[in-house]
Design a protein around this ligand. Structure first.
Ligand code: SPV
Ligand code: MN
Length: 613
């Protein structure tokens, strides 16, 4: 049995509530040792993990790890939000009674860390001094050293973050126990894993994985699920799966900030890290703040909406990250950055890493190359010859400060004032490049009807979206009707409101199916139009679903699109929109207590479409 008080005292951890929490879980999980972690322990932990073979060197100052083969992604089916109030049950939050879940998790965790070290990871999900700091403190207990290494990159980690809390008892209790990964029946009817946020007790209990959001509890479980619940319960803020960027106009000296949500696989990280296209780089600079989470609040002093990125790092999807799609991401994982790669391909002779899309073709000389499971490429059986080298959900983990265009003020506790909130789907035919929405309820309505197209028939009905409200479907922690009302309240309380827009980089040619918009860096162009619209410098063209740029209003210097292609991406497809409106109605009808303003917005858009022909 670990000597908890000696370990905590030795680390200078005096907060009695933290000490009692650690004692309780150390006893229950049976951990053999306790070790309190601060960011300054990184080099030592890296050395230990290398010595134990938990990570491998991947060139200078970079590291590589493989997960257990059945533990490669967040599990939505096994994720639960629990509270003591049945009224907290929503459509997507997979609500269960707290009184039922806590014993289930305790049973699984009891004795499950026997013989292991329990790392105590005190962290802060906010810049120090943020007005939202009281919702940001947490202490993760984990029995996995690589999880502690990831937390050091993804959150601000150190004893001082939780030892001097204004309310000593106000921190998120986040317990991670890996379990015996080979015996958990992942994906079978007897699956033992559970990832539970007991939101009204601010307690997170995750059992049965050491991967990503299942195990790094500051990120998704605290940063999104718990924070969304706290933001609602306090009435103070929104926590969203949003990227956050700055756009600086070097000519006028003005700085703008845009945040927004995109369903998975819609290019959110690439957008967050984009650089200005060459033709516009003389005048504009894009600053990176965050690629995955934003907390938004109205500031009573100037009546603006302010956003922070609560994270300290990027846990990015490696697949398709290249010099073309995201040069800033590649620079952020360069030698010397301390990057951890997980489940990419690895060359055990040269210590290089590779993933699909990194270069057009895999390395020609396969000597030393192993796929993400550790199998030598040269020895893979013939039937696996076409299998990807890297897992599709393989990742890189690097600190924000490593991103070359990170904003100079990314650590500013006040956050940045938001000029525009954008939602983006992946839609082949109906959605224009951008449509601006100036009405708050219509903007929230647009977010609630966000979705990604079924990509092939097997996944769903052609043209039907898999709705993903505000890109929060897997992270919703309270009912959707209340969520919409909270949005109207928080954003509505700001005297100067952001403009909304829906963007779509994925419109296809109806004939040969090619993408009509180059995407990536050129996505800055429609955003600049949006900011000009907000400032009254352009007027656009009103359509039933929002304001679309007039052709001469987009800065297209250096763009190769033909006039016909532009015509298509700056138009809406009214018959398809009329179909979509019916699907939206069914989607929204699932949600109890949706504010009347949202239904009115829906009916206004439907009526305008009806009048359109
Ligand atoms: C996501 O899945 O949206 C992520 C990665 O950001 S994870 O932290 O694993 O959830
Ligand atoms: Mn995410």
């Amino acid at each position: 049995m670990a000597d908890v008080h000696a370990a905590l005292g030795g680390a200078g951890l005096r907060n009695v509530h933290v000490r009692e929490y650690v004692r309780h879980w150390a006893e229950l999980t049976g951990a053999a040792r306790i070790e309190v972690i601060s960011a300054s322990d990184d080099a030592r932990l890296i050395g230990e993990a290398l010595a134990e073979g938990e990570i491998l060197p991947a060139g200078e100052g970079r590291y590589y790890s493989r997960s257990y083969v059945k533990d490669t992604a967040r599990s939505e089916e096994r994720t639960v939000v629990a509270t003591s109030n049945p009224a907290d049950k929503g459509v997507y939050n997979n609500w269960r009674p707290a009184g039922q879940m806590r014993p289930l998790l305790e049973e699984r965790m009891r004795g499950a860390s026997a013989g292991k070290t329990m790392y105590v990871v005190p962290y802060l999900m906010a810049p120090v001094g943020s007005p939202l700091e009281r919702y940001a403190a947490g202490v993760e207990l984990t029995d996995c050293r690589t999880v502690a290494l990831h937390m050091i990159r993804m959150a601000r980690v150190g004893v001082h973050y939780i030892d001097n809390l204004a309310d000593q008892n106000s921190f998120v209790r986040a317990v991670h126990v890996t379990g015996d990964l080979e015996k958990l029946g992942q994906g079978t009817p007897s699956d033992q894993r559970y990832f539970v946020t007991i939101a009204d007790e601010r307690t997170i209990l995750h059992f049965g994985s050491s991967y990503g959001g299942n195990a790094l509890l500051g990120k998704i479980a605290h940063g999104l699920r718990q924070a969304a619940y706290d933001g609602w319960a306090s009435g103070e803020f929104l926590a969203e799966q949003f990227m956050l960027i700055g756009i600086a106009d070097k000519l006028t000296g003005k700085r703008y900030h845009v945040c927004g949500g995109f369903p998975s696989a819609s290019g959110k990280t690439n957008l967050a890290m984009m650089l200005a296209p060459d033709a516009l780089a003389g005048r504009y600079r894009v600053d990176f703040y965050g690629d995955d989470i934003a907390w938004l609040r109205a500031d009573p002093d100037d009546g603006k909406i302010y956003a922070i990125n609560p994270e300290f790092g990027v846990f990015g999807v490696a697949k398709d990250t290249s010099e073309v799609t995201n040069p800033a991401a590649l620079a952020s994982v360069a030698p010397g950055t301390g990057t951890l790669f997980t489940n990419v391909a690895y060359n055990s002779h040269t210590q290089e890493v590779w993933w699909e899309g990194r270069t057009p073709a895999p390395p020609a000389d396969v000597a030393g190359w192993r796929d993400w499971t550790g199998t030598l490429i040269s020895e893979r059986p013939a039937e696996d010859a076409d299998a990807p080298w890297a897992h599709p959900n393989s990742r890189f983990t690097t600190a924000l400060a490593n991103v070359p265009n990170v904003a100079p003020d990314f650590d500013d506790p006040r956050g940045v004032p938001i000029d525009a909130i954008i939602f983006g789907g992946r839609t082949r035919d109906r959605e224009p490049l951008i449509r601006a929405i100036t009405d708050l309820a219509e903007g929230v309505y647009d977010g609630l009807t966000l979705g990604a197209e079924a990509t092939f028939a097997a996944e769903g009905v052609e043209g039907l979206l898999r709705y993903d409200p505000m890109s929060m479907r897997p992270f919703m922690s309270y009912p959707e009707g209340a969520y919409a009302a909270h949005w109207l309240k928080v954003i509505g309380s700001a005297a100067s409101q952001p403009i909304f827009a829906h963007v779509n980089w994925f419109r296809r040619d109806p004939g040969d199916g090619h993408y009509l918009w180059p995407g990536y860096r050129d996505n800055l162009r429609p955003l600049l139009w949006l900011l000009r619209l907000k400032e009254g410098q352009v007027r656009g063209r009103q359509t039933p679903v929002g304001i679309i740029p007039a052709k001469d209003e987009l800065d297209l210097d250096g763009i190769a699109a033909t006039p016909e292609e532009l015509e298509t991406i700056l138009s809406i497809d009214t018959p398809r929109w009329k179909q979509e409106i019916k699907h939206r109605e069914q989607h929204l009808e699932q949600f109890g207590g949706l504010p009347e303003e949202i239904w009115q917005a829906h009916r206004r858009v439907a009526a305008a479409l009806h009048r359109a022909d």
